[in-house]
Design a protein around this ligand. Structure first.
Ligand code: ADP
Ligand code: MG
Length: 179
């Protein structure tokens, strides 16, 4: 079977030597939200050069930013991978588009699946496609609550604080409930 150029590019973009622990934020507020998250976990488990090495509990969370939309289900997944950060971002966007038929319409609007690259080892990236650590993760309870279930002692490579320390200083603004 012919492989598309993007298939080949995504396959070749990995480092054969080092496995890195990556944290991915999952969110859905359209359709069967829990089933969508389970489907995303299964899809992430099929990525090349990667294995799912941790999954947080699921949380129901009130929308942030655009608040006039249904509540989200959020979770954080740890992927141990040899892919590069940019190759992994392409894979996440490919899953959003092809498995969940996500259309990029309203920024921060309702979506069947949002996959955000939160942390990629202690890599710091700032370019046109990618910012790592995810720029808004430290102010989002719906990220830090599930992340702290997996890695409370993990250090934020820019802020120099652990995930538990970042969570402890967050104001209690959003509704984030473990389900
Ligand atoms: P949001 O998640 O903020 O609602 P999108 O999912 O539509 O927005 O992503 C918008 C853009 O953010 C994507 O085109 C992607 O290139 C960029 N982006 C930059 N850094 C990241 C990251 N760490 N994780 C995911 N997307 C990122
Ligand atoms: Mg996103």
């Amino acid at each position: 079977m012919m492989q598309s150029a993007v298939d080949v590019r995504m396959r070749l973009c990995f480092n054969p030597c080092v496995e890195i622990n990556v944290y991915i934020g999952l969110g859905s507020n359209l359709g069967d939200r829990e089933l969508n998250l389970l489907r995303a976990v299964a899809e992430l488990g099929k990525l090349p050069e990667s294995r799912v090495s941790g999954l947080s509990p699921f949380y129901e969370t009130s929308p942030v930013g655009v608040t006039d939309q249904p509540a989200f289900i959020n979770a954080v997944l740890r992927l141990s991978t040899r892919l590069t950060s940019h190759a992994l971002l392409l894979h996440l966007q490919h899953i959003e588009r092809t498995v969940f038929h996500r259309k990029r319409t309203i920024h921060w609007g309702p979506r069947t699946m949002d996959l955000d690259l939160l942390l990629f080892g202690d890599e710091v990236v700032t370019d046109d496609e990618l910012t790592i650590p995810h720029p808004r993760m430290a102010e989002r309870r719906f990220v830090l609550e599930p992340l702290c279930k997996l890695a409370p002692e993990l250090l934020h490579p820019v802020l120099g604080r652990t995930m538990a320390e970042l969570l402890a200083v967050l104001p209690l603004m959003e509704h984030v409930v473990q389900i």
